[in-house]
Design a binder for this molecule. Structure first.
Ligand SMILES: Nc1nc2c(ncn2[C@@H]2O[C@H](COP(=O)(O)OP(=O)(O)OP(=O)(O)O)[C@@H](O)[C@H]2O)c(=O)[nH]1
Ligand SMILES: [Mg+2]
Length: 296
């Protein structure tokens, strides 16, 4: 009998959830940046090996909502918890508070009532010069009485991630595969393209610009044989941000375009013509009508 199931990856922003999913799947499905709050929606990653299929759900980092956008992000987290067969909670070993802040008493109670296997992951072990520094952290997690496994890993270096995969295999329920074993995700190509552009904005800009940016794809079509045209809107919140994003004589937007195009071509494995448009949607993060139109 094959085994299959959904595995939710939960944790504070920036602890390495997306890095871990990409490491297990062996492909860059979820964007990764050094900044917190990179992931805004649930991203599915499918791992199929022989008789086993694991569907990972990478989620936005758990935070206290300050915008309507954050509320939608936290709804995605809740959705992933209720749909999961197994829950992975990741913490950054170099910042123990990333565990305690997400593992609040109400959160632990909620996990307990779900009655699903919960695994604690201590990530970024490579960044600890003395590995024993992780021990008090593990004891603190043990005391919560909800986790059955405690696995130190480095998602970045793919260190000990195979141990995690073996443990997940043993916990997975029996059942037919949910998805075609050949595919790595069910998300549409448009999603990956918009995310890669958003990742580039996260990399090139500081402070509020990345957080005020959303990317939507308005056109994605083959114009002549083998020549794809993609038009994307980069949406920001204020007129003043437009000038920053475009840069002097369009230098910044050109840079975003070039860097994004390289990433998109690598992902799609075919050449594209990428055209970017900057649009202002006043305070979109706080407005449900805009959020709904962006699919939040
Ligand atoms: N040293 C080290 N850095 C890591 C490791 N895993 C992730 N990182 C880094 O941590 C940062 C955040 O990684 P992400 O995978 O984007 O974290 P996330 O939890 O998905 O973050 P959000 O989407 O914002 O919630 C990036 O700079 C990663 O390169 C690790 O094992 N070791
Ligand atoms: Mg992420």
């Amino acid at each position: 009998m094959p085994k299959s199931g959904y595995i939710a990856i939960i944790g504070k922003p920036n602890v390495g959830k997306s890095t871990l999913m990409n490491a297990i799947i062996g492909s860059k499905l979820s964007i990764v940046t050094p900044k917190p709050q990179t992931t805004r929606r649930n991203v599915l990653g499918i791992y199929t090996q022989k008789e086993t299929q694991m569907v990972f759900i990478d989620t936005p980092g758990v935070l206290k909502p300050r915008y309507e956008l954050h509320k939608s992000m936290m709804n995605f987290v809740e959705e992933s918890l209720s749909g999961a067969d197994i829950i992975i909670v990741i913490a950054d070993v170099t910042r123990p508070e990333t565990a305690t802040r997400v593992l609040t008493p109400p959160f632990i109670e909620a996990l307990k009532t779900l009655k699903k296997p919960c695994i604690a992951i201590l990530n970024k072990m490579d960044a600890l010069s003395d590995k024993t520094q992780a021990l008090p952290f593990i004891s603190a997690l043990e005391e919560l009485g909800v986790f059955t496994e405690f696995i130190p890993i480095s998602a970045l270096q793919k260190d000990n991630t195979d141990t995690l995969v073996h443990i997940l295999e043993s916990l997975l329920p029996e059942g037919e595969f949910f998805h075609d074993p050949e595919i790595l995700s069910t998300m549409p190509q448009r999603f990956f393209v918009s995310e890669l552009i958003r990742e580039t904005v996260f990399e090139l800009f500081k402070e509020e610009i990345p957080y005020s940016t959303e990317v939507t794809i308005s056109e994605f079509k083959e114009r002549e044989k083998g020549k794809w045209y993609i038009a994307a809107d980069i949406i920001i919140e204020k007129e003043s941000q437009k000038a920053i994003l475009i840069g002097e004589k369009g230098s910044k937007i050109k840079q975003i375009g070039l860097l994004s195009r390289d990433k998109v071509e690598e992902h799609l494995e075919f050449p594209v013509f990428l055209e970017l448009f900057v649009k202002v949607r006043e305070d979109w993060r706080s407005k449900t009508t805009y959020l709904r139109s962006f699919g939040y």
